[in-house]
Design a protein around this ligand. Sequence first.
Ligand code: SF4
Length: 387
Amino acid sequence: MVDHHELITRCRELYEDLSFNYVKEWEGKSGGKAIGIFPIYVPKEILYAAGMLPVELYGGGDILDVVKGDSYYQSYICHIPRSTLDLGLTGRLDEFEGIICPFTCDVVRNFTGVWKLLFPNKYSRFFDQPQATSLEIAIDYFVAQCKEILSELEPITGQKATVERLNTAIELYNENRRLIRKLYDMRAEQPWQIPTTEVYLLMRAGNVLEVSEYNQWLKDYMAAVGQLERNPEDKVRVVVSGAFCEQPSVSLIRAMELSGCYIVDDDFILGNRYLDEDVKVTDDPLRALAEAYFSSQVPSSCRFEGYDPKTRRLVQQVRERRAEGVIFAAPSFCDPALEDRPYHQKGLDQENIRYISLQYAEDTAQFGAIREQIGTFTDSIKLWEVA
Ligand code: SF4
């Protein structure tokens, strides 16, 4: 059996490696090409089927001092586009063929153009997900977008995304989503056994790893962690909401846990579980991906669908995970997350669910105030219960 400590150490090494040595090794071994994708959702299946390694880029975190990227963006937007640009400008993304940006928000959409201007010889693509849902025309549009991307990438890799290859990719990513769902369920059952710091490092490893290798890491972790003897502590069960795009550092998550929380659900790196059901394996896999995008996509701040479904989902998460409160943790200047927050808060008020709100940047390094705030929040929940 794989050693638990060793596995988490490897995850942390991947998390800290902004030179993407894994990507270089994968390209050397496979002869394939890597492509960067911006959060939060691009159907990785089509990229994989075209012989590419899809790598989700989450900026420089708290590891990179942004020097050049800042000069291309105003100060009043979030941090992730600046540090991602810095990765490119400092040569750390040289191994990548280019980048695909989905319709997450205006910042991400515009990132495609900035990238194109700065790296004219690199591939650059805006994946324009239709915002209208439940419409046949939207499914056709989604499929057309996938076909366009494939027509551009297949000549680069020399690999055709056949029906068979697409279905193989769909099966691998279905398995991946199932394993992640299982891991999240296990954590909610025994959060002392499966701390979020470890879950998060595993999720971050999945941003880079080839999917079948990542699936094995997930299985290894779940098998290994079950052998450990860890004891429950007197902590408050919380759901973290709002951190779906720019990511908090692992130290911030650790600080939340040390403040007296068991995180029993979250929306960190939401793209890896954006579909909450299997994509069907059919003789029209692009259509199956499009249908899954509309029928089983989780509500998120990155798509307009009114506020009710998103707030309902949050309340449902709290109820199903037996959480006692919500931590709204959003990146500074993240319009999608911060615009939804008042509606979520109203919904939680109506359900008598307690919450606390904070903002972070990916390179936030001072946790004293955050620990005090969350510690007070968890104490108040405990006191309220006693009263
Ligand atoms: S953190 Fe928010 S505002 Fe920034 S790119 Fe992501 S979704 Fe857009």
